[in-house]
Design a protein around this ligand. Structure first.
Ligand SMILES: NC(=O)c1ccc[n+]([C@@H]2O[C@H](COP(=O)([O-])OP(=O)(O)OC[C@H]3O[C@@H](n4cnc5c(N)ncnc54)[C@H](OP(=O)(O)O)[C@@H]3O)[C@@H](O)[C@H]2O)c1
Length: 266
């Protein structure tokens, strides 16, 4: 196993990747602006002895030092924000690619999202632009598009049900995947080497949000009126059509939504 840099190692996916690399006793470094992220949608735990270096992708700060001796880079840093007039993911990916051009890195692995090529949503358009920058670069790459992680959907449903009456877009489709299954695929890609392509990976079942909400309410013992929100606008229509799913690329070893809820809430 070669040396790995995990850019965005403090996030939800990054923490899972870091835990696997620690378990596998891999030679790695985690990079982000803070060693531990506590403003994420999910509480992430990380051991205090994680090798970490401050990196700011908005400016490129810390990248040159972090890339010393590195062979493989996981690019897992992302934010739905803007830097000046440009989306964060575009600026961040461009800064990372500029630094990679001056390095000996042999494989860049980028985490993207299923449906970024068709769904009209500004964050997804930014992810697709970042993919294009990587595809046009000279850096050997693999792009892994995953569907939504369980803990993001858990957080989102909790928000939708936070008022005395819940408002739920029942008809939208989701194919939730366990974050550790995405990590296992990312780890496999390190060993497989650059694929120069985009790989899709989704959870074992496609659900509608109405069913997921009912299961969530049962698991958490929540009872309240739920009013369906109509499917309006191009984003919701794409999600109702399942453009964010990949039923032909199911990770059968991922927990499904029911299993995740049982593991998390008993
Ligand atoms: N969540 C999902 O359901 C899902 C599904 C499919 C694909 N993905 C993709 O998987 C990746 C990871 O998602 P996630 O859910 O783990 O995100 P997350 O928990 O929000 O973590 C984002 C990471 O980006 C880092 N970051 C943000 N701004 C930065 C900056 N200026 N410089 C350096 N690092 C910065 C954060 O660290 P600091 O804030 O400390 O810098 C953090 O480590 C993303 O590319 C996302 O699009 C997510």
């Amino acid at each position: 196993m070669n040396k790995i840099l995990v850019v965005g190692g403090s996030g939800v996916l990054g923490s899972s990747v870091v835990a696997t690399l620690q378990q596998e006793q891999a030679d790695f470094l985690s990079g982000s602006r803070k060693p531990i992220k506590n403003d994420s949608y999910s509480v992430v735990s990380q051991s205090t002895n994680t090798p970490w270096q401050r990196i700011d992708l908005a400016t490129g700060e810390g990248l040159r030092q972090a890339l010393e001796g590195v062979d493989t880079v996981f690019h897992l840093a992302s934010a739905p924000t803007k830097i000046g007039n440009e989306p964060f993911d575009v600026v961040a990916t461009r800064n990372l690619l500029n630094a990679l051009n001056q390095s000996d890195v042999k494989h860049l692995i980028y985490s993207s999202i299923v449906g970024v090529d068709t769904i009209q949503y500004s964050y997804y358009r930014a992810k697709r632009s970042a993919e294009r920058l990587i595809q046009a670069s000279q850096i050997p790459y693999t792009i892994l598009r995953a569907t939504q992680f369980h803990n993001l959907l858990d957080f989102a449903i909790g928000k939708l049900l936070s008022l005395p009456i819940g408002f739920i877009p029942r008809q939208l489709k989701v194919q939730p995947i366990h974050v550790d299954t995405v990590t296992a695929e990312l780890y496999r890609l390190v060993q497989a080497g650059p694929q120069q392509t985009i790989i899709n990976l989704g959870g074992p079942k496609v659900y509608d949000v109405g069913t997921m909400t009912q299961l969530w309410m049962k698991a958490r013992n929540v009872s309240k009126p739920v009013i369906p929100i109509p499917t309006v606008g191009s984003l919701m229509k794409s999600l109702a059509k399942g453009e964010n799913t990949c039923p032909n690329k199911k990770a059968i070893d991922s927990a499904d939504w029911e299993e995740y809820l049982r593991e998390t809430y008993g």
